[in-house]
Ligand binder design. Sequence first.
Ligand code: HEC
Length: 132
Amino acid sequence: MKNSKLLFASLIVSGIILMAMGFTNADEWIVPAKYKTMENPYASSSDDYGSELYETHCTSCHGDEGYGDGKKAETLETSMRELGSEEVQSQTDGELYYKSVIGRDEMSNFEKKISSVEDRWLLINYLRTLAE
Ligand code: HEC
């Protein structure tokens, strides 16, 4: 009797652990390999048009400095990392391109709004200037 209660309790506990793990994994944003290794053809460009694009399209949520404190941020359910943080900056240009342009859920898709490929890379160059 005692043993079956124990078994039952441990089943519940492991269920909770598995569920928690499931949630964490769902949170992980996996970028397709093709994007991950994509070269930034404008990496050495000195054109700072990216800052204007950031101002126009990104500050509403990410805030001026990328802290995630834009006006719209409070209305979002998904939390944002600081764009200048190590976690974000350690990603490849291709990863940031994918997340910035393709997006997912509350992170908007910008394929139409920023249709020029050059502009998209200039925007990624700008994100690099936010590094802390
Ligand atoms: C409507 C609000 C909103 C706008 C506008 C927005 N973002 Fe986001 N962004 C988010 C949210 C929410 C996340 C977190 C998404 C997630 O983890 O699922 C995010 C995540 C990101 C990430 C991934 C960071 C990480 O954790 O790896 C990058 C890069 C990013 N945004 C760049 C941009 C850029 C560049 C723009 C402007 C072109 C922009 N975002 C506009 C809401 C927004």
